[in-house]
Design a protein around this ligand. Structure first.
Ligand SMILES: [Zn+2]
Length: 352
């Protein structure tokens, strides 16, 4: 199913490129700018089984995107300036903003050097437990378990399920199945319990994953001192906020902000909702973020920024730089707004 969806998306992007339809769509759907969303930036790896590859782009692809934007005379600005331009309704120049979620060390090692070449700012959204070293990156734990195992046995909805994981294709199918199952579990603790059991059974050191990938507070202190870097909040535990009680959800937002401000001694006024799609962030969370004092909140809902977004600053859409489509030919398609328009049903605003 995932493969099918990927093929359709690729055909869609390809079709937009080859028909040059994005040139026709641009005046309508390009909006006033775009907030790009990335996670990992690091050199491509060889392994055939890389179920989280959509979350990483190579430094060269990021460089190609920045070059493309510069060649189009598009301003590359910080989230502070996105907020300011929207608040002042200053749309005299098109803008792009780069945001990276979770706080991975590769952001410092591979993204920042490329951003420096263009004197381009970036915002990194930190989940405070990740910086603490105690975060649970269950999607990576799942990848590691399946990469290692040749068979996985779990109980899904009271039924014992046995999944073959001997080939790369079988591993991908197992990952897709278990990913859907885990994201559908009622609470974060259920996901953690199941993941911990899987890691134990397959000899994966779950506790080592977070510190091996995420910047610690000490590393973040140095990183955040760079004038190109802004740090935003991404909750404490990286939970699905919409599934939490109002009390827990607002605690996740406000306390993560406080912890980051305490550790880094700088104001944190921008938020990214973990997962960020419709099942993880909706009207309640957008209002909470506003109440908690965040100037902006970014989702993973696809879309360009339009002047109307000024009225929905805690429900901003983003454009994913998806690691599965690192083809330079799609860059003008992405900046035209045609791709996100196709994905979000040709809506300008999606903030409910
Ligand atoms: Zn995240």
């Amino acid at each position: 199913m995932k493969q099918f969806r990927n093929t359709v998306i690729r055909a869609g992007l390809g079709a937009l490129y080859f028909t040059r339809a994005h040139y026709l769509l641009q005046p309508i759907f390009a909006g006033v700018g775009a907030i790009f969303m990335l996670h990992h930036v690091r050199p491509a790896r060889d392994a055939e089984f890389q179920p989280n590859r959509h979350l990483e782009v190579a430094p060269e692809f990021l460089r190609a995107m920045l070059s493309h934007l510069k060649s189009r005379d598009i301003d590359i600005i910080s989230m502070d300036e996105v907020h300011q331009r929207l608040a002042e309704r200053n749309f005299s120049r098109r803008f792009a903003c780069f945001t990276l979620d979770d706080g991975y060390r590769d952001n410092r090692d591979f993204a920042l050097p490329v951003m420096r070449e263009f004197d381009a700012p970036l915002t990194v959204y930190v989940a405070s437990d990740f910086a603490e070293g105690s975060g649970r990156l269950w999607w990576i734990a799942l990848e590691m378990v399946i990469a290692k195992a040749s068979r996985i046995e779990v109980e899904i909805g009271g039924t014992a399920v046995r999944l073959d994981t001997t080939t790369a294709a079988a591993k991908q199918a197992a990952f897709d199945r278990l990913h859907v199952w885990l994201r559908g579990l009622p609470g974060e603790f259920d996901v953690q319990r199941e993941m911990t059991a899987l890691c134990k059974r397959h000899g994966i050191d779950e506790a080592a994953i977070c510190p091996s990938l995420c910047m610690s507070w000490d590393e973040l202190k140095v990183f955040a001192d760079d004038p190109l870097i802004s740090i935003g909040a991404h909750t404490i535990t990286h939970c699905n906020l919409a599934r939490q009680t109002a009390e827990i959800a607002s605690h996740e937002m406000a306390t993560s902000r406080m912890r980051i401000e305490d550790a880094l001694q700088r104001p944190v006024v921008h938020l990214a909702y973990p997962y960020g799609d419709k099942v993880a962030a909706g009207a309640r969370e957008f209002a909470m973020a506003h109440t908690a004092g965040f100037k902006t909140g970014v989702t993973t809902r696809p879309g360009m920024v339009f002047p109307e977004n000024a009225g929905h600053l805690t429900a901003l859409p983003r454009v994913s730089l998806n690691g599965n489509y690192q083809d330079e030919r799609i860059l003008p398609v992405l900046t035209s707004g045609a791709a996100t328009a196709m994905w979000n049903g040709f809506r300008r605003i999606d903030a409910a």
